[in-house]
Design a protein around this ligand. Sequence first.
Ligand code: GDP
Ligand code: PGA
Ligand code: MN
Ligand code: MN
Length: 609
Amino acid sequence: MTTDTPAATATGGTTHAALAAWVDEVAALTTPDRVQWITGSPQEWTEVTDKLVAAGTFTRLNEQTHPNSFYAASDPTDVARVEDRTFICSVDEKDCGPTNNWMAPDEMKAIMTDLYRGCMTGRTMYVIPFVMGHLNAEKPMFGVEITDSEYVVASMRVMARCGSKVLDRIEELGESARYVPALHSLGAPLQPGEKDVAWPCNQTKYIVQFPEERTIWSYGSGYGGNALLGKKCYSLRIASAMARDEGWLAEHMLILKLISPEQQTYYVAAAFPSACGKTNLAMLEPTIPGWRVETLGDDIAWMRFGDDGRLYAVNPEFGLFGVAPGTNEKTNPNAIRTLAKGNSVYTNVALTDDGGVWWEGLENEPQHATSWKGEDWTPDSGELSSHPNSRYCTPIDQCPILADEYDDPRGVPISAILFGGRRKTTVPLVTEARDWVHGTFMGATLSSETTAAAVGQVGVVRRDPMAMLPFIGYNAGDYFGHWINVGKDADASKLPKIFYVNWFRRDEDGGFLWPGFGENSRVLKWVIERIEGKAAAVETPIGHVPTPESLDIDGLDMTPEQVEAALRVDPQEWRAEIPQIEEWFAKFGDALPTQLQVELDGLKARLGD
Ligand code: GDP
Ligand code: PGA
Ligand code: MN
Ligand code: MN
């Protein structure tokens, strides 16, 4: 990776020899005009956001209503994660497994090195030292992202702990510091005199993880999950491979704290696929009297066993990257309050004429706005004002219900894990697993309708194991085995209890059977009462489901028939799932743990024919 281009001018640098050498090597290959090390200072935020405003990428929002906040509209082709362009380049193809795209590392590096050659010409190369989780964790999880995108710099500053403090710590640790090198380029070099576009990107995209080397290479996209490399690429794909090797779990889970009327505290983690309700549940405002929720995380949980044998979760992130449409005062008042404090970036929503933002589902629909496509929009233009995967990016410490424990690097002990997806039929509101292995089976067979969070068809039912299908950094069969092993090595009485939820079941008219959002607190209450041995359940072929009386529906506008329909386990519908589960499991061959086959056989036997 060398060229004879003269070195770019640099702001900042490092005494860490290996890191300095990597940065030099990347600069020599990508030939930026400038290199700038990100410090995390307030002046730097002003400089970067000013630059984004000047380039037309950002529009500064009304300072009164949206202080220090910005609007961005992406290229219409760069709006979501690109799963078909995402690769796990393990040395051995079988370590990638049947659910990921694979290419040999050398082959991928050759292709991408060609793409990277000269790709930062005319741009600034930013070096972002960051840490996922706490800087004062026992083993801080460092990363360094190189990017040529100011949008990525601004967003990373919100989503991860970044800058000089992190670099200082890496330098203190010297050669013993472990960090994930993460290289990102928009793939949009600027020739002298060439005018930039508002959202530079490239039609060729690669989102690549090298799990053995703990390295990330990303090219061609500026969108969150493809470009903010601390998030999905590091904290899920690379971290899941680390977790397999080291005996912990890196999961696509929110973390919440639940406080009962008796002032008992419980911590719950929940894995739902992208755009299936994690951010909303994490910031829940319970509708049942006396119960309170506080937030710890909305997307990622790293879980390790504590000395007391319990499983402790930390949120490695520093910001919230939420789906905008559907967010409003009623569905997610705490998100609205978080955003009201400003310091946020909105991407692909609508820009209102008074310098605010709007999206489908938000109150106060404007009579006119500029749509995410930059077109005039009115309530009767017959088009969406905002992309269904439009997002807000906002500091988590602005969340008014952030739990104090968020700042504790040891994390919180998890009492319950929920798995859930979007299913119109079949899957009841809540089901309790009999034990850890059965819960692992529920997770491994989790299914959900695809959403706009990834490019591709929306609404297609697919298996999304533990809501991790696009994020497992190795063979999913081995990942199931890892889950089984985590349970086997633990004290069963201290393991979290596992539940399967579905907020999205429909009635014959296509409406949601369950009101969802704040009312999901009723399900959380049942979960806690099950853990405490206080709530009744019926044993069904798929697990324990609430008796209609055991679910608190006091004050809920639902008929007993509707509640029954939400909880119903229809053997007919479940028998129809079996061939799909069999087909899913067949993908894994020998890598499928026998325990899961035993669970499937048991389910078949209980369902009869
Ligand atoms: P995440 O991507 O998993 O964090 O999901 P979000 O919490 O951002 O929600 C994604 C979409 O699902 C948004 O449009 C929400 O309004 C909607 N949603 C979230 N929770 C519920 C629920 O309980 N019921 C229904 N019907 N929709 C929900
Ligand atoms: P989400 O996060 O899970 O909140 O949608 C982004 C993603 O998974 O792409
Ligand atoms: Mn996610
Ligand atoms: Mn979310």
